[in-house]
Design a protein around this ligand. Structure first.
Ligand SMILES: [Zn+2]
Length: 316
């Protein structure tokens, strides 16, 4: 039975990471973050709360199919790969709306909204988090939502397998966090993304994280507008996120400026309130919503790596 104090594993404790969108995903009384809270229930084992060093985590589940580690990872195109961090778009007049931590129970409604506005967006998908089960489990709704994202013209990017802090895990665990999500997405799409965002925006230089991700062929993506939707997921306080978005985007002109925005499709107010406001503001100011790849002028073929050994969803 896994029992541990958070941070008490074999990995040396880091000072506070540069956590920019750490938000409460617990919502369960007696979170496993509490020392001595032991068990093997869904609440105990769901990522990212579970202690990855102690077993029984969702993080330890493994996608089916062949591993992706031997797939070649050439650095194609002009967009920088790790260790560089990308914090902004480059094509004037574009806004890349990005949504982390999904798919969730709200994501279908967000896709409806984006369809209504004919607005392409980018989804930083987590493979297994918050007790939702693996994205490539076809008895769950996640794979069909990811299919729909692709067919609707959105971009898929990686937000790791189980949302661990990549500055705090071992290099082997870090690689596994990316490769497991690659396999799960490959099981759905036949390919996996070249773009990723580190959970909690944490990929500290001294951990070796940025170099490792570069070697794995990843673009490391942050943002230049943080909606702080994770702080304002309430009908009354979401206005703060709207005002924050409007305030920052109004500081530039679509003739010269572009924006890279972070939100979360795991938050109800983001899906049912904030996103429509952002889309209306984007249009009113003369910007156009595009995918991350398009706001960086990166050809679509560079957004994903194909797994040519993959023959379809037959093993699922
Ligand atoms: Zn996240």
């Amino acid at each position: 039975m896994p029992c541990a104090v958070r941070g008490g594993g074999s990995v040396p404790a880091e000072p506070a990471a540069r956590v920019q969108h750490l938000y409460p995903v617990h919502g369960i009384k007696g979170s496993p973050e509490t020392a001595g809270f032991c068990g093997t229930s869904k609440a105990h084992c769901r990522s990212p709360d579970c202690m990855i060093d102690y077993g029984h985590c969702d993080a330890h589940q493994k996608p089916k199919g062949p591993p992706t580690k031997d797939i070649p990872r050439p650095h194609l195109g002009l967009v920088p790969y790790g260790p560089t961090e990308i914090r902004s778009c480059t094509v004037p007049g574009t806004v890349a709306l990005t949504f982390d931590d999904g798919p969730t129970q709200y994501t279908g409604d967000l896709l409806d909204l984006l369809d209504k506005y004919e607005a392409p967006a980018t989804f930083f998908v987590t493979g297994i988090n918050n007790g939702k089960g693996p994205i490539d489990d076809e008895s769950l709704p996640w794979a069909s939502l990811i299919d729909r994202m692709i067919s609707s013209g959105h971009q898929i990017a990686s937000h790791t397998w189980s949302h661990q802090d990549l500055s705090k895990v071992t290099p082997e665990q870090r690689t596994e966090q990316l490769e497991k999500n690659e396999a799960a997405l490959r099981n759905i799409m036949g390919s996996f993304p070249t773009y990723m965002r580190p959970p909690y925006s944490s990929c500290l230089p001294r951990s070796g994280c940025r170099e490792d991700l570069g070697k794995m062929g990843y673009h490391i993506v942050l943002y230049d507008i943080d909606t702080e939707d994770y702080k304002n997921d309430d009908p009354n306080s979401i206005k703060r996120s709207k005002d924050l978005f409007d305030g920052v985007i109004s500081t530039g002109s679509p003739h010269t400026k572009s924006w890279l925005v972070i939100g979360h499709d795991s938050h109800e107010q983001t899906v049912y309130n904030l996103t429509e406001h952002m889309l209306q503001t984007i249009t009113r100011l003369g910007y156009r919503p595009v995918t991350l790849g398009d706001c960086l002028s990166d050809p679509r073929n560079n957004w994903y790596r194909q797994d040519f050994s993959w023959s379809g969803r037959t093993f699922l």
